[in-house]
Design a binder for this molecule. Structure first.
Ligand SMILES: *Cc1c(COP(=O)(O)O)cnc(C)c1O
Length: 351
């Protein structure tokens, strides 16, 4: 049955083990991030089997679907309205708002639990985190007074919104916060979480500042890519997940539509370049599942457009000869893995 993603579990395991080794050798614990594949249970089970230090996801709906011996971490800042589920289904959450942390404290008391938090500090990427230095100190002071909250540590997120690349200088700022906070309050912060897959290059070059002791990894494990420069990581597979689709039409047609051009299915006026006649194919998958620009064909063919349920291919330059009913395979990007696992129309097969 098509369309489907083929998931190579042993390749995922290999990538995971390599990343665990690199980080453990550098005294960093690893949060294996499962959000891009919607916490697919087969892949979550590999994280459990390989004994990752933490399992992390941005959505509580994903964390609710499994139990595991290691702590579960909620990556996206919790909604106050969701405090009940956050405390019930995660052990630690990333936070930046005192109001939310107070709501988690109240809920933890109700559930007879202690909830751990990592306080996020914004060092310039401008997504989540406390930006003003004074606010970090005053917030920590108040957190330490909450009886049902444990301040597990501090963290930073880079290269997510602003594209800021982690450097030793930037991460040193996180360590300055750690030192000042520990001194001011006579506490030990267990987790100093230095970021995500954009830290891999820094690590491999031996430039990770000592004291950063945790990393949260999603993309590097599933796609074998670091995300500061987009380089492939040596010894890792970049084809853990492959998309398999089926051709439902193969015909020679012009490259430019015939007639007056109005709006397409999405209200935009399309522009075409005349390349003469071409061999065109249609595969049974569309915008509802994935953006065609995020698919990387194995053959020398090109995805040239799509509507909700169809992607149109230029098969002219292909190495293979195609007939209706044939399979077309693609490598994937972060965005296409994300949307394919989210679409309920895409089957999953494992090997
Ligand atoms: C998604 C996410 C990560 C993982 O990022 P990758 O680039 O996939 O490694 C880490 N931290 C937070 C807060 C995230 O939301």
């Amino acid at each position: 049955m098509y369309p489907r993603v083929l998931i190579d579990k042993e390749k995922y395991r290999h990538n995971l083990k390599e990343m665990l080794k690199l980080n453990h050798d550098n005294n960093l614990t690893v949060m294996a991030v499962t959000k891009v594949f919607c916490a697919d249970i087969e892949l979550v089970n590999i994280c459990i089997e390989e004994n990752v230090d933490y399992i992390a996801d941005s959505r509580i709906e994903n964390l609710m679907t499994f139990t595991c011996p290691m702590p579960k971490v909620l990556l996206r800042l919790p909604m106050i309205s969701d405090a009940e589920r956050v405390v019930r289904h995660s052990d630690i959450s990333l936070n930046s708002e005192l109001e939310t942390i107070k709501a988690l404290d109240k809920e933890s008391e109700k559930q007879g639990k202690k909830h751990g938090i990592i306080l996020m500090i914004d060092l310039g990427d401008l997504r989540e985190g406390i930006f003003i230095e004074e606010d970090v100190y005053s917030t920590v002071e108040k957190i330490l007074k909450l009886e049902h909250i444990t301040l597990k540590g501090i963290g930073v997120n880079l290269t997510c919104y602003g594209g800021v690349i982690p450097t030793p200088e930037t991460l040193e700022k996180l360590l300055e916060y750690k030192n000042k906070l520990e001194e001011q309050h006579n506490i030990t912060l267990e987790i100093i979480s230095g970021g995500n897959s954009s830290n891999i290059e820094l690590l491999e070059q031996g430039n990770m500042p000592k004291g950063i002791n945790n990393i949260r990894l999603g993309e590097s494990i599933i796609l074998g890519r670091e995300t500061a420069y987009g380089n492939e990581i040596e010894n890792l597979y970049n084809d853990v997940v492959t998309l398999e689709t089926e051709l439902i039409e193969v015909k020679e047609k012009p490259s430019v539509p015939i007639g007056e051009i109005g709006m397409n299915a999405f209200g935009k006026v399309p522009i075409f370049k005349d390349k003469g006649n071409m061999l065109r194919g249609i595969i049974a998958i569309g915008k509802q599942d994935v953006e065609y620009t995020e698919l990387i064909p194995y053959d020398t063919i090109e995805a040239i457009g799509s509507s909700s349920d169809h992607i149109i291919l230029d098969l002219s330059g292909g190495y293979n000869i195609y007939n209706v009913g044939d399979e077309i395979l693609f490598k994937l990007t972060y965005a296409s893995v994300l949307s394919l696992f989210t679409s309920k129309y895409i089957k999953r097969v494992y090997k």
